[in-house]
Design a protein around this ligand. Structure first.
Ligand code: AMP
Ligand code: MG
Length: 347
C-alpha cells in the first residue's frame, strides 16, 4: 500500500467510515475510536454483540494519555503508570493489549459500556502509518464476522467484509496468527484475560506478579470472563471440531474409526495433525499444521485451516491436541474454544 492509499484510508476513518487493515496478530476492522457512530458501525459490520468491547490501537506511546486515566481523584494510582510504561517499553509495538481506566474522551460505544479501555500499539508498519493518518485512535476488533475464525489472510477479510465496509488494506499474510495477549492493569495483581504471543513469563519478568484470569485457570468456569469477548463461541469453524488427546496410535485409531463411520454416511471429515503424523490418517481431508512442537507455525496456520474446512464443506473436524508452553498456551486456548471445549481422551 502506498502513501496515497494510506492517506485515503485515514480520510475514510475521519469521515466515520470503516477500514480493514493488517496487524501482526490478525487483520483488524478499524473505525475512529473516539466516534461513537463508528463503533456502532463496527458492531453492525461484524454482527457482534455491542457489549463486547473493542481494542483501541495507537501508534505512539504518548497517545495513551489521551484515552487512559492512571489517576484516582487526581492522585496517581499505585504503580500503574510505571507498570504501563515498563510494559510499553518492553513489548510495544507488539502483540500486547493493556487495560486501563478510560477517560471521558472514549465513548462507551467503543468500550462496550465499560469504564475501562483496552489499548495496543501494533508492530505492523502499515498499521501504524494508517493509525497516524486516521488521527491516532483506531478502534478495532478482528475483521471477521462474529463467531468465525479471525482473518489471517486478506482473502479471509474479503470473504467476510466485502460490501460491508469502505476499504480493505492488503498487507499479505499476518506474522503471528493468534490475537494479542490482554493484560488488565486495573486488577491487583495484574491479570491476563486472554493468552497470546506475549507470555505470562515475559510479563512477570517486566512487572512482577501476574496471574491468569480464573476462567483461564480452569476455575470458575461458569463465571463470566472479564474480557467480555471470551464468553462468546469464538474462532469457530462451521464444522463441529473435537480435540483428540492420547497416545499417538490411540488418537489415530479413534479418528480413523470415526472418519470411516462418517464416510459411510457421506459426511465430510477433516483432520488437523502435525506434519510427522500425516500418514497416520485415512480421513478425506488431512491438513498438516507444521512440525511437532512448532507452536509458532501452528498458531499462524490454525485459523486459515479452519476456514479452508468451511470452504470445502467439512462437517466434522478432528484435531490432535496442540500447544504447550509459550505461544502454545494461546494456541491451545483458541483450539479448545473453536472446539467448544470438546476434548476426547483416548488414553
Ligand atoms: P478481538 O480483537 O476481536 O478479539 O476483540 C477484542 C477483545 O478484547 C475482546 O475479547 C474483548 O472482550 C477484549 N476487551 C476489549 N476491551 C476490554 C476491556 N475494557 N475489558 C476487558 N476486555 C476487553
Ligand atoms: Mg475477534
Amino acid at each position: 500500500m502506498n502513501r496515497e492509499g494510506i492517506k485515503k484510508a485515514g480520510l475514510i476513518i475521519k469521515d466515520g467510515g470503516l477500514v480493514a487493515f493488517p496487524t501482526e496478530t490478525v487483520y483488524g476492522l478499524g473505525g475512529d475510536a473516539l466516534n461513537p457512530e463508528s463503533s456502532k458501525k463496527i458492531y453492525e459490520a461484524k454482527g457482534r454483540p455491542s457489549d463486547n468491547p473493542l481494542i483501541v490501537h495507537i501508534a505512539d506511546i504518548d497517545d495513551i494519555y489521551g484515552i487512559a486515566s492512571m489517576e484516582d481523584d487526581g492522585y496517581p494510582m499505585d504503580g500503574i503508570e510505571d507498570k504501563m510504561l515498563s510494559l510499553a517499553r518492553a513489548f510495544w509495538p507488539g502483540p500486547l493489549t493493556v487495560i486501563l481506566n478510560k477517560t471521558d474522551r472514549v465513548p462507551h460505544e467503543t468500550t462496550g459500556g465499560l469504564d475501562t479501555v483496552a489499548i495496543r500499539m501494533p508492530s505492523d508498519n502499515i498499521a501504524r502509518e494508517f493509525i497516524r493518518a486516521s488521527g491516532g485512535y483506531i478502534a478495532a476488533p478482528s475483521a471477521n464476522i462474529s463467531g468465525r475464525p479471525s482473518p489471517t489472510r486478506v482473502k479471509h477479510v474479503i470473504e467476510d467484509m466485502d460490501g460491508r465496509i469502505d476499504m480493505i488494506i492488503d498487507g499479505g499474510d499476518v506474522d503471528i496468527g493468534v490475537e494479542s495477549t490482554i493484560i488488565d492493569l486495573t486488577d491487583k495483581p495484574a491479570m491476563i484475560l486472554r493468552p497470546g504471543a506475549i507470555t505470562i513469563d515475559m510479563l512477570r519478568d517486566v512487572i512482577g506478579e501476574v496471574v491468569y484470569a480464573p476462567n483461564l485457570r480452569g476455575e470458575d468456569k461458569d463465571k463470566a470472563p472479564k474480557a467480555p469477548g471470551m464468553k462468546y463461541r469464538h474462532y469457530a469453524p462451521k464444522g463441529e471440531l473435537t480435540v483428540v488427546r492420547g497416545l499417538r496410535e490411540n488418537v489415530a485409531a479413534y479418528i480413523n474409526d470415526k472418519a470411516a463411520l462418517y464416510k459411510s454416511d457421506l459426511i465430510k471429515v477433516g483432520v488437523i495433525c502435525v506434519d510427522e503424523h500425516v500418514l497416520d490418517y485415512k480421513a478425506e481431508i488431512v491438513r498438516c499444521i507444521g512440525k511437532q512442537g512448532d507452536d509458532e507455525e501452528a498458531s499462524k496456520r490454525l485459523y486459515s485451516i479452519l476456514r479452508d474446512f468451511d470452504t470445502e464443506g467439512v462437517e466434522v473436524i478432528y484435531s490432535e491436541e496442540l500447544g504447550a508452553e509459550g505461544i502454545g498456551v494461546a494456541l491451545r486456548n483458541r483450539l479448545l474454544k473453536a472446539a467448544g471445549q470438546r476434548i476426547v481422551d483416548t488414553g
